[in-house]
Unconditional design. Sequence first.
Lengths: 302, 267
Amino acid sequence: MPSNEDRQRAASTRTGWALSAPALLLLGFAASGPLLIVLVYSFLTPGDYGNVVWKFSLDGWRGILFTRDIFDGTLQLADAHLSIFWRSVKLSLLTTAITFAVGFPTAWFIATRSPKSRALWLFLITIPFWTNLLIRTVAINEVIRNEGIINTLLIRIGLIGEPLRIIYTDTAVLIGMAYVYLPLMVLPLFAAIDRFDMKLLEAGYDLYASRWQVLRRVILPIVKPGIVAGSILVFVPSLGAYVTPRVLGGGKNMMIGNFIELQFGAGRNWPLGAALSMTLLIIVTVALLFYVRAANRGSPHG
Amino acid sequence: MAERAFSATRLPGFATIAVVVFLVLYLPIFTLVIFSFNDANSVAIWGGFSLRWYQIAWANDDVKEAAVRSLIIATSAALIATTVATMAALGTTRRAAFKGQTLIYVIINQPLMVPEIVTAVALLIFFGFIKVTTGYQGLGYLIAAHSAFCVPFAYLPIRARLEGMDLSLETAAADLYATPWQTFRKVTLPILLPGIIAGAMLAFVISLDDVVITEFVKSGGQDTLPTYMLGQIRRAVTPDVNAISTALLVLTVLLLTAFFLLTRRRD
């Protein structure tokens, strides 16, 4: 016979589920559930005018890496696709590296301020974090484009005759992504440095360590969970970026996100677009699992 | 320490880099704001102060409709997301950990983990199917999509507030024969309210800012301010885009400041 306590516990669990149900239903309807449909679509045949024909096919998945020759029907590596993947991975890794290189000193700076001014500096980092990504991309666009601030200034003072062509290049996308995703690196780094016991630094210096040695042997190993978190938080949205490469990269410098959109628009290859989306989702999931593992290992005592 | 002029926490060059980072972070935004008040047609050469780009933007019916649509969607999404998030937060805290709780966390936080473009594509397919089947083309799809991805943003501050509340007040209310509903109405809700408002504001800001999912889910003629801007930039950046951006920016900063004041820890 169940004890009174067991019954109360079961009732509490039921209430927990009941209260969570509306949120779960909403997310199942307009977020998680539709992902399954994407999986199904990746195994179908493209329709002539977009959408799909309900006929099983592996062409969507095959199309990620291979293209079928129009004449003899043999499969060949799709160079155009590979260059888009390579650009996405390269730009995402570079974005992560740049944001870390400038984000770490920034996070350190904020964490070593007096408690009062620290809140203000933190607020200054948080504002761009919550500000519309499109607006920040537009702002960068106006700085770097041909008739933008930098070029106008440089031409006016006579340093250059022709505008520097930055816009619609990979460099422009890189500048833009580093700019918009920087707060995502600084915030977790700050959280890790904030917990760091500064007495360890004095211990290091007392043992005649140089500043470089202290940074490399004491600080970096201890704040590693923050580094991992920041890197994942920057890498994941960079890889799936859509707005920044579209605005700053123009039509030619596509990343995976724009390539996916193309399949649902002019490309009229929904199964390929669905397979690409699933691939992106898998990469992101692997990155997140890696993060969870690293975070668990980094926490003290297991 | 001070007499040796040696600070253990100082690392050479870090402060300089940090100051440069803050300048680089804010200069483009400031330039955008300043040039929205520019009288000249250029977004790079100053031609005197004027509000003409705001007047031009406001006189444009597309902009006005997009602004109204953005506000309708953001308000509805914030209300729906906050309601279900508050319930879920109450359901997942203040009771012994139960089986499946982790699953609930994962589903609720899923929009933070899945790349937006993937969700956008999924909704394009799914809602496209419903649009064809039912014939309904209204704003409901955008509201549903926005409500869903706003849930974690509303949930997290509300849960944080609940976890900081101790149970003794509710126990006291129950001891005084208050029904669970009375306890909730008269005790839990008033204490929780700042967290709920904070969550709602965050959800509102997130909905207002969304580009990618809206771009894929909207039917013809359903532009929001961000998707309208995205369409404009494709042609050429005109200063009225700066004016719209500045207006959105001001709204965001106001809401965020209020959010921080509400969630500030009281020491």
